[in-house]
Structure formats: C-alpha cells, structure tokens
Write a protein that binds this ligand. Sequence first.
Ligand code: FES
Ligand code: FES
Length: 154
Amino acid sequence: MTVNGVSVSLEADGDIPLLDALRNHLGLVGTKFGCGLEQCGCCMVLIDGSPVKSCGKALATAAGKSIVTIEGLGTRERPHPLQQAFLDEQAGQCGYCLAGILISAKALLDRNPAPTRREIVLALDDNICRCGSHNRILRAVERAAAAMREGAGR
Ligand code: FES
Ligand code: FES
C-alpha cells in the first residue's frame, strides 16, 4: 500500500486492524486508539480519499490502497490550512480526537471547498470530542475552508 505518498510493504497478519499496523509496524502514532469499536472516530484515516475508521478495518483490506494519516497532512513548519486553523481557533483541549477530526475535515474540504455549517456537522458526525470543543472545531473548519479558497483564488 501507499502511506502518505510512500510505498510500503508489510509482512504482518492481514487480520490485524489497519490502526495497529500504522501505529505499531510503521510508527505512525498520530492516529489514535480510542474505543476500538468504530464508535469514536479517533482512528480515522483516508483510504483512497474516503475517511475510514482504521480500528475496524483489517490490514489486508488496505492492500494496494492509498492511505493518508494525520502525519500526511502537514508539517510543524508547514501546517495544512486545517491544522493552522485549529491552532488559530484553539480548537482542541486535550487534542486526542483531533487527528481523526482533521482527517474527516480534510475529506470534506477535498470534495466540497465551501461547506455549510450543517455540512460540516454531518461530515464530522462520526467523530466524538469528549472535551466538548465542538463549536470551536466547527469554526476552525470554516476558517480553513475560507483560507483554502482564498489561497486557491490567488
Ligand atoms: S478507535 Fe476507532 S472509532 Fe474509536
Ligand atoms: S479535544 Fe479532547 S477529545 Fe477532543
């Protein structure tokens, strides 16, 4: 499979969760284990552009696919506009949910650069923030969308 643009080959039990392979075999610990039951969205990654809960996805099903994790969004020096907007809005508290939320938000903005508030809410419906930062998270996604549209228009 391809992970964050890099071709990787893994020898591992195909039945293990993709999340375990990413964290334990590839060292990509930005993707978090929350419930392990496909309920919280902490473990969201993009598979061929669609958000997927990696705790419930067998590694074998990712063979040949393109995976994007939070490590593939931006860097400390060059954060993705979503990451910058979350910083600017101070959208996280503990931050545990944010990798999954940023991935779901990226999937949304990739297909819809100008989402309504309701469309953002629906896109993040599978992501739970236990700290209750939801309003700031929604504002951050709106801010990122506006920044990305402005950047694209330059
Ligand atoms: S850890 Fe995968 S949905 Fe909660
Ligand atoms: S910021 Fe703590 S769970 Fe969302």
